[in-house]
Design a protein. Structure first.
Length: 73
């Protein structure tokens, strides 16, 4: 099994698998998948049967989430 190439320091990946995407936005994998089902997170790309999420799309989705106005949820 070949090892994945390492990115140069300071260069962030363009895509992340689901588990790393969940960690990236600060939620559990289960919560991330539920957010995707509800349209709050973008649909992944399929590569060799794996879900890969585009980091730029995750960033846009995070910014588009509702703002906490300090009220009760």
């Amino acid at each position: 099994m070949s090892k994945s190439p390492t990115l140069p320091q300071g260069l962030r990946p363009a895509t992340l698998p689901d588990a790393e995407s969940a960690a990236y936005i600060g939620v559990s994998l289960n919560k991330f998948r539920k957010m995707r089902e509800h349209g709050l997170m973008p649909k992944p790309r399929k590569v060799d049967g794996r879900n890969l999420n585009i980091v730029a799309e995750l960033d846009k989705a995070i910014v588009a989430l509702p703002v906490n106005d300090g009220g009760r949820e």
